[in-house]
Ligand binder design. Structure first.
Ligand code: GTP
Ligand code: MG
Length: 367
């Protein structure tokens, strides 16, 4: 629901033009009167607004498509850690971070931004999503966001395959993400890593050493044993996947998480997936937009730019974006505002329709 004045504001036309359009549809409305969303959308469409916006967005996308990716360069893999409750996902992420040179040198504490970058002594990097594995798939992937390249499946060697282990495998398979198995807790007396291999083989994850194509690494997140080996295997798989991106393009990515901070305002973690994001860039994210006022990395360091596979905390959003929203840099603020407003209007229309449908269902049941 929207008032005549609001619609006129969005369309950037005088209110009486909207009133004239309403009259054509047999609706006599005053400036502060609300009009149904579908009428608003129909008017917007009638004025060529949505069509124009769509074409604006399509034109930008086409330009991007036509811009040849001549500068494809290897990018770090984006990894999600999944597994059954208490099998050691969080402890494993902690162990992985301890191998991080930057952090070891500075003795700093990783601030929580939903993703962290681990840098090995030779400079190679891996981006880990800190969002619990299932959420990373359900909330991010369900919304069409393709964010992860590799899934690390943690299975406790003293517990074996459990219901959420199977669930995790199904998620990874549904989204076609290759799995590396980390057989965890091998320091424990009751640990039986071979049993984990047998159980997972039955589910189709056959270890390489048995002639299959799944990498298994026996680790202890607690003692740190073989964590470096796990990281090596992740990078090996990343090489095989030939993960590449063009850092010279305008940035594109996905919102990993967002929150409203009392001091800073809207704060969102963006995973840059294509191109390079710069301070000052104007962007659209879901139904909102903004300009990058400041960027910090997962270690809390100020950045001027962020390339592919880099998670960054971004300030400068007009409104709160949602996890899973796409993020893209556009040429100017007018374009950003137009795309965001058109998307908002379309979303409103969709919500209205779905509410209408839900009501219809209720009526059917009463009758
Ligand atoms: P949820 O987030 O609740 O699903 O659990 P999680 O998978 O993150 O497990 P978490 O890392 O919290 O570990 C659960 C328990 O197992 C903790 O008490 C850890 O200290 C312990 N643990 C994790 N890894 C190891 C390991 O390699 N060896 C031993 N002995 N204990 C471990
Ligand atoms: Mg945990």
């Amino acid at each position: 629901i929207i008032t005549v004045r609001e619609l006129a504001d969005i369309l950037k036309v005088p209110p009486n033009q909207v009133m004239a359009e309403l009259l054509k549809r047999g609706i006599l409305a005053t400036i502060n009167q609300t009009i149904p969303a579908e009428v608003a959308v129909s008017i917007a469409e009638g004025m060529g607004f949505l069509a124009e916006i769509k074409s604006v967005e399509e034109k930008i996308d086409q330009e991007e498509e036509e811009e040849p990716s001549e500068n494809l360069q290897p990018r770090p893999p984006v990894v999600v850690v999944m597994g059954h409750v208490d099998h050691g996902k969080t402890t494993l992420l902690d162990a992985v971070r301890k191998t991080n040179v930057a952090e070891r040198e500075k003795g700093g504490i990783t601030q929580h931004i939903g993703a962290s970058v681990v840098e090995l002594p030779d400079g190679r990097k891996i981006t880990f999503l800190d969002t619990p594995g299932h959420e990373a798939f359900i909330s991010l992937r369900a919304r069409g966001a393709q964010v992860t390249d590799i899934a690390v499946l943690v299975v406790a060697a003293d517990d074996g395959v459990m219901p959420q282990t199977v669930e995790a495998i199904n998620h990874a398979r549904a989204f076609n993400v290759p799995i590396i198995v980390a057989v965890n807790k091998i320091d424990k007396p009751g640990a039986d890593p071979q049993r984990v291999r047998r159980e997972l083989s039955e589910l189709g994850l056959i270890p390489e050493e048995w002639g299959g194509d799944t990498i298994f690494v026996d680790v202890s997140a607690k003692t740190g044993q073989n964590i470096d080996q796990l990281l090596e295997y992740i990078l090996l798989l990343a090489d095989l996947l030939e993960l590449k991106a063009d850092p010279t393009k305008r940035a594109k990515g996905t919102i990993i998480e967002s929150k409203l901070d009392k001091q800073k305002g809207v704060v969102a973690t963006v995973l840059v997936q294509e191109g390079t994001l710069y301070v000052g860039d104007i962007f659209v994210a879901g139904t909102t937009y903004g300009r990058v006022r400041a960027m910090t990395d997962d270690k809390g360091r100020r950045l001027k730019s962020a390339g592919p596979s880099t998670p960054v905390e971004v300030l400068g959003f007009e409104d709160l974006p949602m996890a899973g929203d796409t993020f893209k840099v556009v040429p100017d603020e007018k374009t950003a505002r137009q795309i965001a407003e058109a998307r908002r209007l379309q979303k409103e229309q969709l919500e209205k329709v779905s509410r209408g449908l839900a009501l219809e269902e209720v009526f059917k049941k009463i009758q």
